[in-house]
Design a protein around this ligand. Structure first.
Ligand SMILES: Cc1cc2nc3c(=O)[nH]c(=O)nc-3n(C[C@H](O)[C@H](O)[C@H](O)COP(=O)(O)OP(=O)(O)OC[C@H]3O[C@@H](n4cnc5c(N)ncnc54)[C@H](O)[C@@H]3O)c2cc1C
Length: 470
């Protein structure tokens, strides 16, 4: 807990240094900024810096460092555990830095650190170009890319991080550096998978691709078809061409009952895609099915409608090597035992181009084909009295899946509560990642999910013992 005097000093130093505003509890803009995707998070930073430019960011980093204040960065606010909000610390809010510039000739985008997937796609679409994003348009591109970035274009073009050309970061001493293949290659390697653990990403240069209409297919099946459809999906994914992406999972049906969704996206020759979808639609009897051509950016808006704004959430994740009868049985049991009819279990298939990239090319630790399982326990405000019951459901499912899963899990969804899972996610890349962290952020100022060994006790310059679990 910081003293009132320290608070006032830091507040006035920030105010004097920044072009952007500094807001505190009670301010309208503060209340807006602390609202993140997950309403279950109620962390309260001491102050929030609404940065306007790189100089602002550099000033906040220096002032936070001089006063030994906890510091976090907020991009799109989608980290479900609230990693973007420093409890009783300072937040660098990047919502005023969402600019995107397109170089159509080079097929490159330069985005500011706070740009979302929607910002990037809207700008690229004007030039008939497209970028690899996740499935949601409001997710921050910088954090999505630094953690991985699985999305509908991933089988064809790689993870979002495979499309990163370079990045500019403000390091813990306030310096601005460039990270790319030639400049600071270790840092470049580390931010491709190591998350927001190295500095504040002020801008990123991202490779774009020619945009063509995509074919989206959404099939909703009754619970009685669940096992057969999910297994059929698994078989399709195993032999799928790079043009196809496959998501399946357990979701609420029209009346909140358990149902199974299959969301396919085809980005290639449309006639071939239509034939593929026609073949798939012979699997089972869907309750509803919608196959349509659309711009990729509109596909993302379609996924946004699955998010219930203002809901409370608990998220867990596993990487499965395959869907087997045993792992399917675990998923089906959990589906039938959901404690909230808004909870979902999504399976996103990883294969194609990103699986042909060597594991050593970036910090991201898993390149062999796998299934990303996202377990999202979700409930409304009125149901929050039963929070423990809902979180028990997601945690038990994660534990039950562990015996069928690969080590680790998708770091972008892991938290400080799961350090072993985070560390295991990096496999052979962990040692290099930790060395790079020690070199570029020796004081561990930047904390995303924990890539360092847990519970280290460090002596700070002000002689205070600070317990760090970053
Ligand atoms: C509903 C939902 C859907 C999702 N779908 C997908 C998906 O399809 N594919 C996928 O791969 N992932 C997906 N994710 C995971 C998502 O990619 C991560 O949660 C990501 O970290 C969110 O980034 P953000 O900027 O929106 O979040 P924030 O909460 O703002 O930031 C997340 C972390 O990154 C740090 N950070 C943010 N911006 C910067 C920056 N510019 N510089 C340095 N550090 C920064 C923050 O400090 C924090 O530690 C999803 C998450 C949710 C909740």
């Amino acid at each position: 807990m910081m003293s009132q005097l320290s608070r006032q000093r830091v507040f006035f130093e920030l105010k004097a240094a920044l072009q952007g505003e500094v807001v505190v509890p009670g301010d309208y803009l503060y209340a807006q900024s602390v609202k993140i995707w997950n309403a279950a998070v109620n962390k309260l930073p001491a102050m929030i810096a609404l940065c306007e430019n790189t100089t602002d960011i550099s000033s906040v980093v220096k002032i936070a460092g001089e006063h030994h204040w906890k510091l976090t960065v907020k991009g799109g606010g989608h980290d479900w555990s609230g990693l973007a909000l420093a409890e009783d610390g300072i937040v660098i809010d990047l919502s005023r830095m969402r600019g995107v510039k397109i170089d159509a000739a080079k097929k490159e985008a330069t985005i500011e650190g706070g740009a979302t997937a929607g910002d990037l796609l809207a700008a690229a679409d004007q030039f008939d170009l497209v970028a690899v994003t996740g499935t949601g348009s409001t997710i921050g591109m910088a954090a999505l890319t630094m953690g991985g970035g699985y999305g509908p274009l991933t089988p064809k073009y790689g993870l979002a991080l495979d499309n990163l050309i370079s990045a500019e970061l403000v390091l813990s001493d306030g310096r601005l550096v460039n990270a790319g293949e030639k400049e600071n290659p270790d840092l470049f390697w580390a931010i491709k998978g190591g998350g927001g653990n190295f500095g504040v990403v002020v801008s990123m240069k991202i490779r774009l691709h020619d945009a063509q209409p995509v074919l989206s297919g959404q099939f909703l099946y009754p619970w009685s078809e669940a096992g057969r459809v999910m297994m059929a999906c698994n078989e399709y994914a195993k032999s799928a061409p790079d043009e196809l992406s496959v998501i399946t999972g357990i979701v609420p049906g029209p009346a909140g009952e358990c149902a199974v969704i299959v969301a396919l996206c085809w980005c290639g020759d449309l006639h071939a895609g239509e034939m593929f979808f026609a073949d798939f639609s012979r699997e089972g009897k869907p309750l509803t099915q919608k196959v349509q051509q659309m711009r990729y950016k509109d596909l993302l808006s379609q996924f946004d409608t699955f998010e219930t704004k203002g809901n409370y959430n608990d998220m867990k994740t596993r990487w499965l090597p395959d869907l087997t009868d045993e792992s399917l049985a675990v998923l089906m049991k959990a589906g039938a035992e959901r404690t909230s009819d808004q909870s979902t279990i999504l399976l996103q298939y990883f294969y194609g181009k990103p699986a042909r990239i060597p594991e050593s090319s970036s910090a991201f630790g898993l390149r062999k084909p796998h299934i990303l399982v996202l377990i999202i326990s979700s409930w409304s405000a009125g149901d929050d009295v039963y929070r423990n019951i809902h979180t028990k459901w997601s945690r038990e499912l994660s534990n039950d899946l562990a015996q069928h899963a690969l080590p680790g899990g998708y770091p972008n969804v892991l938290t400080t509560e799961e350090p072993e899972q985070v560390l295991a996610a990096y496999g052979k890349n962990l040692a290099r990642l930790q060395r790079t962290k020690s070199f570029f952020d020796p004081e561990k100022m930047f904390s995303s999910y924990p890539i360092s060994l847990p519970a280290t006790i460090r002596m700070h310059k002000n002689k205070n013992l600070v317990k760090s679990f970053r």
